[in-house]
Design a protein around this ligand. Structure first.
Ligand SMILES: NC(=O)c1ccc[n+]([C@@H]2O[C@H](COP(=O)([O-])OP(=O)(O)OC[C@H]3O[C@@H](n4cnc5c(N)ncnc54)[C@H](OP(=O)(O)O)[C@@H]3O)[C@@H](O)[C@H]2O)c1
Length: 241
């Protein structure tokens, strides 16, 4: 059913993005793997191709407007379509040291760091959605997954790590906005929290593997036509905003 769908996965060189790219390729998609480090993204795509998957690298820093425009131009030129967009690339620049929480307090955080985190985690997905939804509209099908975090949940908002928390809350707002404006279209947009995963960002003490975390993201990327849009999910189940 999903043969030859074109999926774009950002931040696909390692961690959750690499697992998501592998799972989507295994489901029959051609996957364009986006990363800002040429050597790393080329090696990751090669690794998938050596396992028999259809995966291609694309070098782009998703915070760079001209790089996102070049990505959209390549997608139109080479494939003429995009079926799935996984906005996975993200950063968490604050210290995660639980023994020194005061260094990650809202009262000392550098607002410039908060702005830079927004640029990666919320504004880059906005730019990618603007660049890619026109291609989805042309083919009258689309799935967008914004990889968010329970740390962005307003319902559960605690203190500390304001850069990361605010950026993921903004990403969730982007999901709601986009889904509302696409409500009469066949394009579905959802936020997904992968849980706490053992990646470079999550660290070695995290409770889940990247492959386990990727499953809920892939679920949202492959939703059937009667699936939800405009929701926040973990493991395929709705969670609070
Ligand atoms: N791990 C967790 O526990 C967890 C929990 C909840 C949500 N998440 C979310 O899941 C997503 C993936 O996280 P992860 O744990 O897999 O992190 P990760 O191992 O640090 O991987 C993040 C990837 O994103 C790429 N990236 C960052 N900024 C980019 C940019 N401007 N342009 C292109 N690529 C960029 C990184 O590339 P470089 O190598 O060039 O930096 C890296 O490949 C993130 O959005 C994160 O917030 C993770």
């Amino acid at each position: 059913m999903l043969a030859q769908k074109l999926a774009v996965v950002t931040g696909a060189a390692r961690g959750l993005g690499l697992s998501v790219a592998r799972d989507l390729a295994a489901a029959g998609c051609v996957v364009l793997m986006v990363g800002r480090n040429a050597e790393a993204i080329e090696a990751a795509a090669r690794q998938l191709r050596e396992s028999g998957h259809q995966a291609l690298p694309h070098v782009a820093d998703v915070t760079d407007a001209s790089a996102v425009a070049a990505l959209a131009a390549r997608l139109r030129r080479e494939f003429g379509r995009v079926d799935i967009l996984v906005n996975n690339a993200g950063v968490f620049p604050e210290k995660k040291d639980f023994t020194a929480l005061e260094t990650a307090s809202v009262f000392v955080v550098d607002p410039e760091m908060v702005a830079a985190t927004h640029a990666s985690n919320a504004l880059a997905p906005l730019r990618l959605i603007q660049a890619i939804v026109p291609l989805m509209r042309e083919n009258a099908w689309g799935r967008i997954v914004n990889v968010s975090s329970s740390m962005g949940q307003l319902a559960e908002m605690g203190g500390f790590w304001p850069g990361y928390r605010m950026s993921k809350a903004a990403l969730n707002a982007l999901t709601r906005l986009t889904a509302a404006e696409l409500k009469d279209s066949p394009i579905k947009v959802n936020s997904v929290c992968p849980g706490w995963c053992r990646t470079e960002m999550g660290g070695k003490d995290a409770t889940r593997s990247a492959d386990e975390g990727a499953m809920g993201i892939v679920w949202a990327a492959l939703l059937p036509d009667d699936g939800p849009s405009g929701g926040f999910f973990q493991d395929g189940k709705p969670i609070d905003w």
